[in-house]
Design a protein around this ligand. Structure first.
Ligand code: HEM
Length: 150
């Protein structure tokens, strides 16, 4: 039995669970607590993990496993013409956007965050979560023919 496929799917789904799970707990737990108290110390230390070390590693795993898995569903040379190719291209573009937004929040916003700028940070973090959920749904669209019209 070829174990490559199930192992790739396990890592891809695990990466999605870690990335989205960490974001949900950050957005629904850490951010409201910081908004209530005005104390940003917990937010900064948790944010470094969620958007930094763990988040970055999870997104790298998504990119590597996703590209390898995509080869089972599309032909790279005709990616622009295939319906599944459109879903996968959208996933890749959104992943690049997520790397950009996550990197910006981690390197630029988080280190110099002040209580009066918290609203913008919360909005950006929600955007990252929503885009991540869109990427997840697109993955199900690849997997389930007919869902999302492919
Ligand atoms: C934040 C980034 C990503 C998340 C959260 C994510 C999430 C998911 C999830 C949860 C599935 C499983 C769907 C299912 O089994 O029903 C999936 C499947 C898939 N994803 Fe992603 N994904 C991400 C990035 C990518 C990227 C960058 C690519 C391609 C370059 C990709 C390609 C695929 C493919 C081809 C499948 C179908 C795998 C299969 O079952 O054979 N994903 N994705």
């Amino acid at each position: 039995m070829n174990l490559e496929y199930p192992i790739l799917v396990i890592f891809h789904v695990l990466g999605a669970a870690i990335w989205i799970g960490a974001l949900v707990s950050f957005v629904l737990g850490t951010l409201p607590a910081a908004t209530r108290t005005g104390d940003l110390s917990q937010l900064k230390s948790t944010g470094k993990i969620v958007l930094g070390r763990v988040g970055f590693a999870a997104l790298v795993v998504q990119a590597l496993t996703g590209i390898r898995l995509a080869g089972n569903w599309i032909n790279w040379s005709t990616i622009f013409k295939e319906p599944n190719g459109h879903l996968i291209l959208t996933k890749i573009v959104l992943l690049v956007v997520l790397f950009g937004l996550g990197g910006f929040l981690f390197h630029r916003t988080l280190p110099r965050l002040e209580p009066d700028k918290l609203g913008g940070f919360v909005g950006m973090t929600w955007l990252v979560l929503i885009l991540s959920l869109v990427v997840l749904v697109l993955g199900v669209g690849v997997r389930v023919p007919g869902f999302l019209g492919s």
